[in-house]
Design a protein around this ligand. Structure first.
Ligand SMILES: [Zn+2]
Length: 220
């Protein structure tokens, strides 16, 4: 199901108070939203908002543009979404073997060391250079392709943050950004639904158990 991007909440920052860059948490939130949009169904207004957000995401300098062709954006999104899912699924297989006994405990995450970022290749015409700006030295990419800018920015963010904060909700399969290490579900709703499902399946197998008082409500 497509999620609308055009709500104020899902924007990186409000356009009126646009800083040079948002925080990495903002970027990661935007990223997990972006990979799950059905871009083909976007109307004109949603496209304009998305492109504005993507400009912020790649840190586009004023007067320089990488074109933002819609076909390139769609192809890049699909390529990245596939790579991200594949690496998250590898971790999810591991997580699912730990299961429900560990719910509420610190979940040891297998270190899936930045596979998407490291293995994604930029186009041959892309050039990575060091930029001495007012905020110190940083690497940037020079290219006229949106894909190069996008993948480069993703690799920078994942190198700083790792991929552990990006997870797949075991209830609804949505990719989400985890705000703390123990967050297993994308939302309180999914956490509660999973608790109820676990409770009712336990209750079915052992209806007379005196300890079956109902599931504990989760906070996320
Ligand atoms: Zn969920």
């Amino acid at each position: 199901m497509a999620k609308k991007l055009t709500t104020a909440k899902s924007r990186i920052v409000p356009a009126t108070s646009m800083p040079l860059m948002g925080s990495d948490a903002d970027f990661l939130r935007f990223l997990v939203d972006f990979v799950q949009h059905t871009l083909n169904s976007f109307r004109e207004g949603a496209w304009m908002d998305l492109i504005e957000d993507l400009r912020l995401f790649i840190g586009e300098e004023e007067g320089k543009t990488c074109g933002f062709k819609r076909a390139d954006i769609i192809a890049t999104q699909q390529e990245f979404a596939e790579a991200l899912r594949a690496s998250l699924d590898a971790r999810q297989t591991y997580l699912s073997t730990l299961d429900p006994m560990l719910a509420g405990e610190e979940i040891p995450l297998l270190d899936v060391a930045r596979p998407t970022a490291a293995s994604m290749l930029l186009s041959t015409q892309a050039k990575v250079v060091l930029d001495w700006g007012p905020h110190g030295v940083r690497a940037k990419v020079i290219s006229s392709h949106f894909r190069d800018h996008f993948l480069f920015q993703v690799s920078q963010i994942l190198l700083r943050n790792g991929i552990d904060t990006i997870r797949v909700c075991p209830r609804c399969s949505r990719v989400f950004y985890a705000t703390h290490g123990r967050q297993k579900f994308c939302s309180t709703q999914c956490g509660n639904e999973a608790s109820w499902q676990r409770f009712s399946s336990q209750h079915k197998s052992n209806p007379r158990s005196p300890t079956n008082k109902g599931p504990t409500r989760r906070t996320e």
